[in-house]
Design a protein around this ligand. Structure first.
Ligand code: NAP
Ligand code: F7E
Length: 368
């Protein structure tokens, strides 16, 4: 019989890739969705209607709704990916973030117990490198002390510890993947990588003048989301429940990401100035952009406390799960995101043109 997986956060970046991965493996995949006034689930639209893909309404803030879905689906594996996942937003909505990212994890674990599935259902918790926060050592591995440095990270720390607690108290197979940043062409548009690749595409096509960023010195270990969902699955196939760091082991700055993204969009940048006065100026590329400032710093994107030195050590995942952290390199990741966004922006540009033409036709009475 096919294994049954339940994914919370199925509409998100990771949820969509994990759904594809599990369907390919022959799973029956169930996902939790929230009601929205706009019923357009872009990342999973291509999966809806497939025979082994099912969606249920529930919310991580509503225990009863989770119990009902878990009881109905009786999953063999739960992947708890749902979260308010934006660090900057967690400063604006700290209470909501705590409810979903901390208490929400407890609700999922309690739902498994309430449905008496402790012995048959394994639980994966989407934990994060943000737990290392104001880092106490580099690179970070499973033994590095945590020092959360945002409301998001503090909430996720509760999630990490409650999973560990339920593993020991109730002998449940529940584990955390401590994932470092992972990006893709499906990444939310306000995370720094996607903001940069979309801006590079728009600026190269004359649709945006300047990209405003916050801390460009910040360092991250960026991987490809499609490679990382395999690891979530591997963690639940392990012979015992354990936590794993998932990372590439390679670190780059926001500035380096920006420089490379613009290069793939045909624009060479030189950076001048420091801190708030730093600017990215075009030295090679389209004639009309030469000498122009296309990247600048805005205080609006500075955080009250920022995590600036994340660098993961994936040795344990490599050795114990046989996972390959070098499948997609940093260079390949930036290239695939920029290429995707150049095509997206061009298509949107064409659509915008059609709309402009249509408006003109309507005005002239050509289209009735
Ligand atoms: P994402 O694209 O922001 O997706 C988040 C998902 O959570 C969406 O499906 C969202 O649904 C859902 N969600 C939010 N609040 C919910 C609620 N109250 N009830 C039910 N669902 C809710 O995030 P992601 O990048 O795929 O990340 C997946 C998980 O990994 C998150 O837990 C994140 O914190 C964690 N993580 C991510 C990274 C990374 O670099 N991507 C690294 C480490 C850990 P809507 O579509 O309805 O908003
Ligand atoms: O910021 C700096 C910013 O928002 C990365 C989430 O998936 O990964 C993600 O959290 C860095 C930070 O991701 C801008 O200050 C500069 O230092 O892309 P980000 P994040 O905060 O690392 C972790 C692992 C998660 O768990 C989270 O769910 O880039 N930065 N300028 C900027 N960041 C943003 N968003 N926008 C800027 O303009």
């Amino acid at each position: 019989m096919a294994k049954v997986a339940l994914i919370t956060g199925v509409t998100g970046q990771d949820g969509s890739y994990l759904s594809e991965f599990l369907l390919e493996k022959g799973y029956d995949v169930h996902g939790i969705i929230r009601r929205s006034s706009v019923d357009f689930r872009e990342r999973i639209a291509h999966l809806e209607g497939k025979p082994h893909f099912h969606l249920h309404y529930a919310d991580l803030g509503d225990s009863m709704s989770i119990v009902k879905v878990v009881d109905k689906v009786k999953p063999n594996e739960i992947y708890n990916l749902a979260a308010q996942s934006h660090v900057q937003v967690s400063f604006d909505s700290p209470e909501f973030t705590a409810d979903v990212d901390a208490t929400g994890v407890l609700r999922v674990l309690e739902a498994v117990r309430a449905c008496h599935l402790e012995k048959t259902c394994r639980v994966y918790q989407a934990s994060t490198s943000e737990l290392y926060g104001k880092v106490e050592e580099v690179p970070q591995n499973e033994n590095t002390p945590f020092h959360p440095y945002s409301p998001y990270a503090v909430a996720k720390l509760y999630g990490f510890w409650i999973v560990k607690e339920y593993r020991e108290a109730y002998n449940m197979f529940c584990c955390s993947g401590i994932l470092f940043n992972h990006e893709s062409e499906r990444r939310g548009e306000t995370f720094v990588t996607r903001k940069i690749t979309l801006a590079a595409a728009r600026i190269s096509q004359g649709l945006q003048d300047c990209l405003y960023l916050g801390n460009m010195d910040s360092l991250r270990d960026w991987g490809y989301a499609k490679d990382y969902v395999e690891c979530m699955w591997l963690i639940l196939q392990n012979d015992r429940p354990e936590d794993f760091v998932i990372a590439t082991g390679v670190q780059h700055s926001v500035r380096e990401f920006t420089q490379l993204a613009f290069k793939h969009a045909g624009i060479e940048l030189k950076f001048e100035g420091k801190g708030i006065d730093e600017k990215g100026i075009v030295v090679k590329g389209p004639e009309k952009l030469i000498g122009k400032t296309v990247v600048a710093v805005s205080e609006d994107f500075y955080r009250p406390t920022d995590v600036v030195n994340l660098w993961g050590d994936p040795t344990k995942a490599k050795a114990r799960l046989g996972w390959n952290p070098a499948k997609t390199s940093f260079e390949q990741l930036v290239k695939l995101m920029v290429e995707h966004d150049i095509a997206k922006v061009a298509a949107e540009g064409a659509a915008a043109k059609v709309r402009t033409n249509l408006a003109e036709y309507l005005e002239k009475g050509i289209v009735k």
